[in-house]
Write a protein that binds this ligand. Structure first.
Ligand code: GLC
Length: 723
């Protein structure tokens, strides 16, 4: 970030220690101001005057999740006009998937397999938030997640390291652009560092129980991709890694982040996570918690006030050097300067923002995320003139369109399923019945739904999770659908009408029965403010589904964590399962639907995977190619995936690893050849001693439509010397 170092150092030279500590203290918008809104759980609610006094005294570096011109202007005026040095506040917020305009949740975005789309969405969200005076977003989340029980999987990019890396980096670029002085940009924060998504048993905040090589190979690269994309801040995770809470983990925050990755921004705790090192059982006092976190490399406290209470004392006692405090303060001041806040503390505030293009983008994005898992006899797209019964708890409600962390969404103008289909079908027959509530039956609901279905040619069954069934602190032990919804689905099956299930969810669900009784199954995730318009576009054929699963759908929650990049074991599962193999005696092997799977309205036949040359020597590359042929006579956008498997290595490697993907448009009946290049550096892995290794030997390689399909080709990686 371009900064005028001399200005910052001269400012630092005029700061008292208390003012320096103030620059390391971030608080939630727990001040209630007329005309202002706040969305944070104000754990330490303060009366407005005392918070204003804190700002006036230079004890606050910024505020988060407050918004509105009245609010931001009032607090910023105190900071820049009444405080001794006039250092501007930084205003942060959880702009996770949109600000006023709610876009698809991150897991849905990942299903598009279009990082460039995510970049455009982030850019639009930044412009909308910056126009209300915000400077800093606490996104992207880059937490790899392999366990659908974890509630925050909805905020993740799923189970694959490459997908998560590409999307995290794209979102940083979208939020930040090339110059943070641009008043339409936000500084990005990559979170939650590190391995928050590895929570054991899918239980939020739980310990991350993974091996060192799994951490390095699979969980760390998405954070690194976001750092290398230029993220201005890193937020620490609530969990411990190898017994050390992330907010006090020097190996992560200094050894890895700064010394190995060269991160130059600042680190910030998650909400009280620094203080919680006491609860973890690492520190035995707030003073010790502050000492351990600061010496580990945590620059800024979010909400706890830990440094405000303890850091000056630690400096006075010599436990922390003031020079170290100065380094942290300079990082924060540099971020404020990069944002142009010293030139214009009211940067962006009140700028014009036209929501029209944002809504158009929301509809386009919402069209590109759904995943078609089943389409028996081509029931989709619906035939023109079909009489439609839209049934289910999500048929006509607005409260569950956005998913978790859409805390600023302007829901008044959102388009629910009924709105979308009524607008698309005009006066064509559309009858709507809830049939049941999200988690319980409705008196007479099944009967009313059956009557509605009787008069229709097709049933659109809108089922799934409510938006509070995923998100922070919303892990589930059962990832099926509520019984009331299954009963409704069974009742619809009994009508004999074709059933198109529209599955709203923030996570992979274990839905074998629902999948079996549906003629078509479209996973719609949480798509945001244009949900109904986008789903109608897909169901009626004005657009075609092109999403693919960013995460495996299990047959049963008992399989969790289930993911494609698994190790073979010495006795891999067989189908049909055999004795003395890796199997459950009460469930079929493998996922219900694998990573990367999804259908379109066209159908692609994959030719054999070819690789040339057969040997990869020195710094060369092999070209992997495959001929795709469209067979159904309909255009399709196919997500072509490149997987490798290192057949034998010093540490056993996953049975497949995604090394590239590309969404390719294939016209009806067309043949296209898709090519990828693989190089030596694409084939490395952590050697378990802190290093990275690439080992000669045989590799299998696939160009395939998902992680379970295809027949591999082989090539040999020669040693650097060519042996
Ligand atoms: C929450 C979340 C984090 C969020 C922060 C501020 O607890 O863990 O993702 O950015 O607090 O709201």
């Amino acid at each position: 970030m371009g900064t005028d170092r001399h200005f910052l150092e001269s400012l630092l030279g005029r700061m008292t220690l208390e003012e320096k500590v103030g620059q390391l203290s971030l608080y939630s918008a727990d001040v209630k101001l007329a005309g202002a809104e706040t969305v944070n759980p104000a754990l330490t609610f303060k009366a407005p005057q005392s918070r204003f006094e804190d700002i006036r005294a230079g004890r606050v570096t910024g505020v988060f999740n407050g918004y509105g011109e009245a609010y931001i202007r009032a607090l910023q005026t105190i900071a820049v006009e009444d405080s001794r040095l006039g250092i501007p506040l930084i205003f942060g917020a959880d702009v996770i998937h949109g600000f006023r305009t709610a876009f698809p949740v991150p897991l849905a975005e990942a299903a598009s397999f279009e990082p460039e789309l995510a970049e455009r969405v982030a850019e639009t969200a930044a412009a909308e938030a910056a126009a209300e005076g915000l400077h800093w977003t606490f996104a992207p989340g880059a937490d790899l997640c392999r366990d659908a029980r974890w509630g925050r999987v909805v905020e993740s990019y799923g189970e694959d390291t490459l997908v998560a890396s590409r999307f995290a980096a794209a979102r940083v670029r979208g939020f930040q652009g090339d110059d943070l002085r641009d008043p339409r940009r936000l500084m990005a924060t990559v979170k939650h560092f590190a391995a928050y998504g590895a929570a054991e048993a899918g239980l939020d905040y739980n310990t991350a129980e993974i091996s060192r090589t799994t951490l390095v190979d699979h969980y760390l690269p998405p954070y690194r991709a976001a750092v290398e994309a230029g993220a201005g801040a890193v937020m620490t995770a609530f969990n411990d890694v190898d017994g050390v809470p992330a907010s006090a983990n020097r190996e992560l925050l200094t050894g890895l982040l700064r010394e190995q990755w060269g991160f130059k921004g600042f680190t910030v705790s998650d909400y009280n996570s620094d203080f919680e090192t006491i609860v973890h059982g690492l520190a035995d006092s707030p003073r010790e918690a502050a000492r351990l976190c600061f010496l580990a490399g945590l620059d800024m406290c979010m909400q706890s006030g830990l440094y405000a209470d303890q850091l000056a004392g630690l400096v006075a006692d010599g436990a922390v050097e003031e020079a170290a405090v100065d380094r942290s303060v300079l990082r924060v001041l540099a971020a404020k300067q990069a944002l142009g806040l010293f030139e214009n503390p009211y940067r962006g505030l009140g700028a014009a923002f036209d929501p029209g293009p944002a809504r158009a983008l929301a509809r386009e994005a919402a069209r590109r995320c759904p995943v078609l898992l089943k389409n028996r006899d081509g029931v989709l797209p619906l035939k023109a003139g079909a009489r439609v019964a839209l049934i289910g708890p999500f048929a006509r409600e607005h409260q569950n369109l956005n998913g978790a962390w859409a805390i600023f969404a302007a829901n008044g103008q959102s388009v629910n399923l009924e709105d979308g289909f009524r607008a698309a079908l005009g006066d064509q027959a559309l009858i709507v019945e809830p049939g049941c509530a999200i988690s319980e039956a409705l008196p007479g609901g099944l009967e009313a739904a059956a009557a509605a279905a009787a008069g229709a040619d097709v049933v659109l069954l809108a089922l799934g999770e409510g938006q509070h069934m995923s998100g922070e602190s919303r892990s589930r032990t059962d990832i099926g659908l509520p019984a009331a919804q299954i009963e409704l689905a069974q009742a619809m099956r009994r009508t004999g009408k074709p059933i198109v299930t529209l599955l709203r969810t923030g996570r992979p669900l274990a839905i074998p029965e629902l999948a079996a009784l549906s003629d078509a199954l479209l996973v719609t995730w949480f798509l945001g403010c244009e949900t109904g318009a986008a789903v109608a576009d897909l169901v009626l054929g004005r657009a075609a589904p092109s999403g693919r699963l960013p995460m495996s759908f299990p047959r049963h929650v008992g399989q969790a964590p289930i993911y494609y990049a698994r190790k073979a074991t010495g006795r891999p599962p067989r189908d049909p399962p055999g004795p003395f193999t890796a199997r459950y005696i009460d469930a079929e092997p493998g996922p219900l639907y694998p990573f990367g799977f999804g259908l379109g309205y066209g159908r692609i036949d994959y030719g054999p995977t070819r690789v040339s040359p057969a040997d990869l020597a020195g710094s060369g590359a092999v070209t992997v190619s495959c001929e795709l042929t469209e067979r159904a006579g309909a255009d399709i956008e196919e997500v072509v995936q490149l997987y490798v498997h290192d057949v034998a290595a010093s540490r056993v490697r996953p049975v497949r690893e995604l090394k590239a993907f590309r969404k390719v448009a294939v016209a009806a009946g067309a043949r296209v050849v898709v090519e990828f290049e693989l190089r030596r550096e694409d084939l490395g892995f952590a050697d378990g001693t802190g290093g990275w290794t690439v080992e000669p030997g045989a590799f299998e390689v696939w160009i395939a439509p998902n992680a379970e399909a295809g027949v591999p080709a082989r090539f040999v990686l020669r040693s650097e010397a060519g042996a």
